[in-house]
Design a protein around this ligand. Structure first.
Ligand code: NAI
Ligand code: MG
Length: 491
């Protein structure tokens, strides 16, 4: 299968930055080797950009914002360009899906799903451009007051490696829709689809400098971008620790930020729930993308009356899960890199040392290369509420079960971590659905469902340590713009 993929993904391709509409290497000519997590093989390179490359990209974006044709492009024309990009992504769907899977190790069906989501983001924001507007405000006699929604200017988008194509699309789609220009810095572990879509944006006809892509390590390219005084707004998805760095860097220039920093998301299963309907959703919410998902449902809270039954049913499902190479399209792929594999294994070891019982464990496919970064899925039963694995984001295929005794206990337990990104509530009781959905501190709450990823139309973002600001849907357009108030006196 790897042979098949190499027909669409050049074996030794050197990918380049996109600055001012042109594909260019890093000024230093240095590169980073791109590995496929399924077997650890090197198959491409990306530029190892530094502050000087970032500076060129920010200047190009600034020029495009201030004096290029972009600032005079009407909203509906921006919409047409975004729609054209969406069509180009559709035309290159097979190539992009294969590229994303190979670069991140995600099963090919997930790579394909990510292409569809990316396409939908550009389509959605393409359609939204000329449908978002300001207000007229009743004011003093002899005055007319109105508001305009104006772009921030040059937006920096720092993208993680778990869903690069989707997360790039939600950032870039909303930012371009509002008339900003961008410099995007994808993660060093998964930059290829971002570069490819940057190339397609040039092909779609976006003016030079409107969308720039600069690859490199977070500590140099990422740090240079987030602290650059030519950046007007920073949007970031990734770890809370890096989010703190980026906010400090942006604070030095007093710039605004949107932060999406992950979660420890609970799913609450009441005794009256349709458990058969819930089971596959509960498993998928932690297994999708190998658990490397900000909105992963990593805690399952089960009402004590049905706890044993649910634990047994989940354990049976976990025992059957298999991790393997992206092109084998099994339940899950490998972790993104050796460090992430070690991180997940360390959490599992720590929990075992603390005496938490493993009640289900999947396997690694016998055909999976030993050089890949695989972790077998693990289900922990009756986890102590104060345990490290009950509190910290693991970002791997590790699920923790907790029994609870009452609705109030469930809400307290759901809210007992520092995070607040997503939650699931499973019950047939309509009044309880409303009560619990309102009292759980999470940016999205699903009732008798759980929507990890996707959900282009649905505002998304965190409470507490999960971050601030909102992406997706129309809310992202507010984040990606600033209100200007204009007052006319005409007495
Ligand atoms: P990270 O948060 O450090 O990396 C995300 C992005 O930030 C990458 O593009 C990286 O190059 C950039 N970056 C890193 N340091 C930077 C800095 N000082 N200034 C500016 N940009 C910087 O995440 P990492 O280290 O790859 O993964 C560690 C953990 O973070 C994971 O185990 C997981 O728990 C969490 N994470 C959460 C994500 C989410 O979607 N919520 C996504 C990725 C990681
Ligand atoms: Mg990679």
């Amino acid at each position: 299968m790897l042979q098949n993929l190499s027909k669409v993904v050049a074996q030794d391709k050197n990918f380049l930055n996109i600055i001012n509409g042109r594909s260019v290497p890093a000024l230093s000519q240095e590169t980073i080797t791109v590995l496929c997590p399924s077997d650890g093989s090197a198959f491409a390179t990306i530029p190892q950009s530094k502050a000087a490359d970032v500076d060129l990209a920010v200047r190009a974006a600034r020029e495009a914002f201030e004096s290029g044709p972009w600032s005079r492009t009407p909203a509906f024309e921006r919409g047409r360009l975004l729609t054209r990009l969406s069509r180009l992504i559709e035309q290159h769907a097979d190539e992009l899906g294969a590229l994303e899977s190979r670069d991140t190790g995600k099963p090919v069906r997930q790579g394909k799903a990510d292409v569809v989501a990316a396409m939908r983001y550009y389509e959605f924001y393409g359609g939204a451009c000329d449908k978002i507007h300001g207000d007229t405000i009743p004011f003093l006699d002899g005055y007319t007051a109105l508001t305009l929604r104006e772009p921030h200017g040059v937006v920096a988008g720092i993208i993680p490696w778990n869903y690069p194509m989707q997360i790039m699309a939600r950032v870039v789609g909303a930012a371009l829709a509002m008339g900003n220009t961008l410099v995007v810095k994808p993660a060093e572990d998964a930059s290829l689809s971002t570069i490819r879509i940057g190339e397609l944006a040039v092909e779609a006809g976006f003016p030079d400098g409107v969308l720039n892509v600069v690859t490199g390590y977070g500590r140099d390219a990422g740090a240079a971008l987030s602290s650059h005084p030519g950046i007007d707004y920073v949007t970031f998805t990734g770890s809370p620790a890096t989010g703190t760095f980026i906010q400090q860097a942006a604070a030095a220039n007093n710039r605004g930020v949107t932060m999406e920093l992950g979660g420890k998301s609970p799913q609450i299963v009441f005794a009256d729930a349709d458990v058969e309907k819930a089971l596959p959703v509960l498993v998928n919410a932690i297994i999708q993308n190998g658990g490397q998902t900000c909105s992963a449902g990593s805690r399952i809270l089960v009402e004590r009356a049905i706890y044993d039954d649910v634990a047994t049913a989940l354990a049976e499902r976990f025992d059957r899960l298999v991790a393997g190479p992206h092109d084998a399209d099994l339940d899950l792929g490998p972790m993104i890199n050796p460090a992430q594999k070690r991180r997940v294994e360390n959490y599992v070891a720590l929990a075992a040392e603390a005496g938490i019982e493993v009640i289900g464990r999947g396997s690694i496919d016998v055909g999976a290369p030993a050089t890949g970064f695989y972790v077998a899925p693990v289900l922990f039963g009756a986890v102590d509420r104060a345990a490290v694995i009950a509190q910290e984001e693991i970002f791997g295929p590790v699920l923790s079960l907790f029994p609870f005794d009452s609705e109030q206990d469930a809400i307290q337990l759901a809210n007992s971590t520092e995070y607040g990104l997503v939650a699931g509530v499973w019950t047939r009781d309509g009044a309880r659905q409303h009560r619990v959905a309102k009292r759980v501190r999470a940016g999205q709450v699903y009732v008798n469902a759980y929507g990890a990823g996707g959900g282009i139309e649905l505002p998304f973002g965190g409470f507490k340590k999960s971050g601030h600001g909102r992406e997706k849907g129309f809310e992202a357009l507010y984040d990606m713009s600033a209100t200007k108030t204009i007052v006319f006196r005409h007495d």
